[in-house]
Design a protein around this ligand. Structure first.
Ligand SMILES: [Zn+2]
Ligand SMILES: [Zn+2]
Length: 520
């Protein structure tokens, strides 16, 4: 990895539940804390991407998911606190895994757990309720089906247009019609359903179907209008770029995304990057290519969902970032490192990208409306958290947490390098002035990290797919019951056994991929 900014590009789209399977074989698959923890573990091993959100499909949701998500969040908190045994027991992983994640968190890795909510007819009707229950950091809204007149099955048949399994239906539906149906559904959903990020806009072109250029650009403009209005960010999805597709198609895909990035920038719409990884090895895949597009468009800040708002991550520290940092009296994170990759909130900057940085006229409005879109509006009311000012007295539990955790993390980082720095004495490594408050109430450290997981578990469960219930049951009964106590008891001995053969045991979690449709 050459350019250090590549690792700082937040990856907001990944599927810990694994690769797509043949259409009729896909069914709900329960998360386990282990699965999620390992998903993040892999990123920690590489220390890239430093910001990672897992977001599985609506049709894979199960009632076990919220519990697993809560459990892994707890495990991540323990890992960040250095309680390797507690983290390992809570997540159901080996201490070496926990050690890697713990180290990653200390070095600035950030995790989020969200969902890719699409219009999959196989998703249970109460899918959104489940998503709300898992308190998603962000929701990616996408469309994978359009209703068509099926030659045999009749009207309103939901066509998975980006699946090669159903490619023959292109004979019955023109490319123009597909895009018309697709955009109508997507725009309608974006306007009405909880959304933080509009997912892979060009997905109908996965199999090479592009509408006329003018039409396409018109759709892009509509998309950005809606996003701007609702404070939604657009995703630049890289899956197409690292999958098996002809070069000329990739070129076309890249050109379209470059244009979308430029337009988003011009309109003040946030840009999010997603690998759409269905395997840990693809986390952050092709981000080097995207960095080129971002540079061309002069974009230095990307969005990353945190607790239902769109935090901003700077790829490179600018004077603005540095000044804000200096003002807050913060020290560089780790000796030799920069603040690259820190969110604006973490730096104590206003969420809004600043002045000259780009024409984001409607920017502020945009950002402010962001929080409104959160998943469970009703449930988690005002999350408008204090991006600007660290959460002194936030009403929202989560926001307070997240901020404080960020602050905390920073404090931790600060603490370390503190030694070498000059102003040590005056201010203990504790926390910077501004951050003091949050740091003081360390109650819940890391709320948002989430991690991924995968292989063994995923595989296991998928192999008994039908027995999803069985797997799920096991997971849920096991975790909650013994976890808590275990963590507690283990806590005291936390400095005990740190790292061992992380890599070795990690190997176990090898993955096997089953490819199927090319769906994202
Ligand atoms: Zn998708
Ligand atoms: Zn996806």
């Amino acid at each position: 990895m050459t350019d250090p900014r590549i690792a700082a590009i937040p990856d907001i789209h990944g599927h810990a539940k694994g690769e797509h399977r043949p259409f009729t074989e896909e069914r709900p698959l329960a998360y386990s804390a282990r699965m999620l923890f390992l998903w993040f573990y892999h990123a920690c091993r590489r220390l890239s991407p430093r910001f990672l959100m897992v977001a599985d499909h609506a049709n894979y949701l199960t009632f076990e998911d919220p519990g697993a998500v809560a459990t892994v969040r707890r495990a991540l908190k323990l890992a960040q606190a250095g309680d390797l045994i507690g983290a390992a027991e809570t997540a159901g992983v080996d201490p070496p895994h926990a050690a890697i994640v713990s180290e990653g968190l200390r070095r600035g890795m950030r995790f989020a757990i969200g969902a890719e909510m699409d219009n999959d007819p196989r998703a249970r009707p109460d899918a959104q309720n489940i998503v709300d229950a898992l308190r998603p950091d962000g929701i990616i809204r996408s469309v994978h089906f359009v209703p068509i007149q099926h030659p045999e099955k009749g009207a309103d048949w939901p066509w998975p247009f980006d699946s090669e399994e159903f490619i023959d239906l292109y004979e019955a539906v023109s490319t123009e019609t597909l895009w018309e149906l697709y955009t109508a559904k997507l725009f309608d959903d974006l306007e009405k359903l909880p959304t933080h990020i509009a997912g892979h806009f060009y997905v109908p072109a996965t199999l090479g179907r592009w509408p006329a250029q003018r039409t396409l650009e018109h759709y892009e403009d509509r998309l950005l209008d809606i996003c701007h209005q609702r404070g939604i960010a657009v995703e630049i999805n890289t899956r197409f770029l690292y999958r098996d597709h002809p070069d000329d198609r990739k070129k076309k895909y890249l050109d379209a995304n470059a244009r979308l990035i430029r337009k988003a920038k011009a309109r003040g719409v946030g840009v999010a990057i997603g690998s759409d990884a269905h395997s840990p090895k693809d986390q952050g895949n092709a981000f080097d290519v995207i960095l080129g597009l971002l540079d061309d468009a002069h974009i230095n800040e990307l969005v990353f969902p945190v607790a239902g708002r769109l935090a901003r991550v700077a790829l490179r520290a600018t004077r603005e970032h540095l000044e804000a940092q200096a003002q807050a009296g913060r020290q560089p994170a780790v000796p030799g490192s920069s603040i690259t990759g820190y969110g604006r909130a973490e730096l104590g900057l206003p969420e809004e990208e600043p002045v000259g940085a780009g024409h984001r006229e409607g920017g502020r409005a945009t950002r402010e409306s962001g929080p409104k879109k959160r998943a469970g509006d009703s449930a988690r009311t005002s999350k408008r958290p204090a991006v600007t000012t660290p959460p002194a007295t936030s009403t929202s539990r989560r926001s307070a947490d997240s901020t404080s955790s960020a602050t905390k993390a920073k404090a931790a980082r600060v603490a370390k390098p503190a030694a070498p720095e000059k102003k040590k004495p005056a201010r203990p490594p504790a926390a910077p002035a501004k951050a003091k408050k949050p740091a003081a109430k360390p109650s819940r450290p890391v709320a948002k990290k989430a991690a991924p997981a995968r292989k063994s578990v995923a595989k296991k469960s998928s192999s008994k797919s039908a027995g999803g219930k069985k797997v799920a049951k096991k997971a849920s009964s096991k975790k909650p019951v013994r976890k808590k106590p275990a963590a507690k008891t283990a806590a005291p001995r936390r400095p005990a056994k740190p790292k061992r053969t992380a890599a070795g045991s990690a190997k176990k979690s090898i993955k096997k991929k089953k490819t199927a449709a090319k769906r994202r």
